[in-house]
Design a protein around this ligand. Structure first.
Ligand code: PMP
Length: 407
């Protein structure tokens, strides 16, 4: 099998500088193309000032760079109203914003919050703790034996007192791609909000926010070629307008009286303090790179690698690949090798310059239900090719040989 990379390694300085590296941990964070590094450097060389605050031309240039980035990222995500894209530090902060600002104002004792067994801790703990704090019910939708959301169970759990259904677009731990439209329909039928953790969706799948149906969508820039420390929350305008602010300070106010304050318009109401302009500009460059590749091709490329890796692993005894069949998974192959601990396995792979993730993938409730403490996870992106899969599978086979007696 010869699956060529979609993007040349030479575009990515870190990969170009380390030809032996097999980077298979893009679900954790992606490598950055030169164009992203250039955009960040260019911003500091030509436009840096505090946006929104100065009347001078340079501050205007910084403001334009920041708003321009918002416009292009909103367009990429299919949101026609860019002011409903709130920049945050990333998915974690976006979900905490929702749970803290919207949740505290709207979820009361006796209400119900529903999440799924697939969730990353970032889309689990804020809701669990909100429920604990206000005395709401906290319910977890279970999975089918294939590792997919059990829609019948979801239907039962989403009762008329349910205020929110929080679910991921794609599982970071086992790769399940969730049926967003079905989940939204169940949530909305009960009058609940449908909130989507898109950390593993936006980098890999066309999001199309306006037609997706969810009330809010959270994402992280560093998982989609952008820098760390920038991401966002896109939400329906009414939801953001009706919600109290999350953090207070500069930029998010309209008028500050001695005893009362009014809030600025969107998006500023949710962006207190000096924003991360370099992050926004860097992420806009990352998004431009993905747009040039085409998101349909990105998804097809990852699917081909996942399919190939799954087939190759099937020939190694004792390797168990978790999650749904490859055609219903994102760019993730999560597996176990009998009694070899994933941490040991990942260290042995590291000795062959193969970087994979090992652990619970911030999804302990999921690991418990799968009956494992941890898995080893390879995740693919635009710069990977089938030789990365061959290297991985060959190295895992060698580890198995080495431990064959113990196994
Ligand atoms: N949700 C999912 C599904 C994720 O994969 C991640 C990152 N591992 C997060 C949330 C949290 O993202 P961040 O650390 O960028 O805030």
């Amino acid at each position: 099998m010869n699956i060529k990379a979609l993007a040349p390694r030479s575009d990515f300085p870190l990969l170009a500088g380390d030809p032996a590296l097999r980077y298979l941990d893009s679900a954790a964070t992606t490598q950055k193309p030169q164009s992203v590094l250039d955009a960040i450097g260019g911003y500091y060389k030509r436009e840096n000032a505090n946006p929104h605050r100065g009347a001078y031309a340079l501050s205007g240039a910084a403001t334009e760079a920041y708003q321009g980035a918002r416009d292009s990222i909103a367009r990429f995500l299919g949101a026609s109203d860019p002011d409903t894209l709130i920049f945050t530090r990333g998915t974690t902060e976006s979900l905490n914003l929702l749970a803290a600002a919207w949740g505290r104002a709207n979820v009361k004792k006796g209400d119900r919050i529903v999440v799924t067994r697939l969730e990353h801790h970032a889309n689990f703990v804020p809701w669990q703790q909100l429920a604990v704090a206000v005395g709401a019910e906290f319910k977890i939708c279970e999975l089918t034996s294939a590792g997919e959301i059990d829609l019948a169970n979801l239907n039962e759990l989403v009762t008329p007192n349910t205020k929110v259904v929080a679910f991921g677009h794609v599982s970071n731990a086992i790769g399940t791609v969730n049926p967003v439209a079905d989940i939204v329909a169940i949530a909305h039928r009960a009058g609940a909000l449908a909130l989507c953790d898109g950390a593993q969706g936006a980098p890999h799948i066309t999001v199309g926010f306006d037609s997706l149906g969810v009330d809010a969508y959270a994402f992280s820039g560093h998982k989609m070629l952008g820098p760390m420390g920038i991401g966002g929350l896109i939400a329906k305008r009414d939801l953001l307008e009706d919600m109290p602010p999350y953090q207070m300070g500069g930029d998010m106010i309209a008028l500050v009286g001695d005893n009362a304050t009014t809030w600025n318009v969107l998006p500023h109401k949710f962006e207190a303090g000096t924003p991360n302009v370099e992050g926004a500009v860097g992420l806009a460059a990352g998004v431009a790179y993905l747009e040039a590749l085409g998101m349909d091709r990105v998804y097809a490329h990852e699917s081909a690698l996942v399919q190939y890796a799954t087939e190759q692993f099937a020939s190694i005894e004792d390797v168990v690949v978790l999650g749904p069949p490859p055609e219903r998974r994102g760019g993730v192959v999560s597996f176990t090798l009998r009694d070899v601990h994933p941490h040991d396995l990942s260290q042995l792979l590291d000795a062959e310059h193969i970087a994979v993730r090992a652990g619970h993938h911030c999804a302990q409730p999921l690991m418990r239900s799968l009956g494992v403490n941890a898995t080893t996870r390879a995740s693919f992106y635009v710069y990977n090719d089938s030789s990365d899969v061959d290297a991985l599978v060959g190295a895992v086979a060698r580890v198995r040989e080495r431990f064959a007696v113990a196994l």
